[in-house]
Design a binder for this molecule. Structure first.
Ligand SMILES: [Zn+2]
Length: 142
């Protein structure tokens, strides 16, 4: 193997490592930028939020739609919900999502990955190595 190949290989393996979201500072749950357009609620930084927490946009979107009890879709960088939804409600749901699907329950860091094992959804922490099942919500909020 010549030098070039080796370096290229090394670069590639570095690139394929999971990106660390944060350094040592406290993780801030992303804040939604929300405004209203006609009779819809627009979450302007939807794609950024999904990127910040390293989660699939579709997964985040379906969670928000279900929890907000509305229909909607992703449109490029933003998500558009039917109806005028109070801003606090959207922020709360974003926080819920992060608590539930992103933050490690041991060390509270966001450097986690969702994995599926025997049809159970698990959260594996890359920072401390803890593995937890994703908590199912016990009571339905309406
Ligand atoms: Zn952890």
């Amino acid at each position: 193997m010549n030098k070039y190949d080796y370096e290229e290989l090394l670069n590639r393996s570095i690139k394929s490592l999971p990106e660390k979201l944060t350094s040592r500072e406290r993780f801030q749950i992303p804040h939604g930028v929300i405004f209203y357009e006609g009779n819809t609620t627009v979450l302007k930084n939807f794609a950024d939020i999904a990127g910040d927490i390293n989660r699939d946009e579709q997964h985040l979107l379906s969670y928000l739609l279900k929890e907000l009890g509305t229909a909607g879709e992703a449109e490029g960088e933003r998500a558009v919900f039917q109806g005028k939804i109070p801003e606090e409600k959207v922020q709360e749901r974003i926080q819920d999502y992060v608590q539930r699907y992103v933050l490690c329950r041991e060390c509270n860091r966001p450097d986690t990955k969702m994995i599926k094992k025997n049809r159970t959804l698990l959260l594996k922490c890359e920072a401390c190595g803890a593995v937890h099942p994703v908590k199912a919500r016990k009571t339905k909020r309406d």
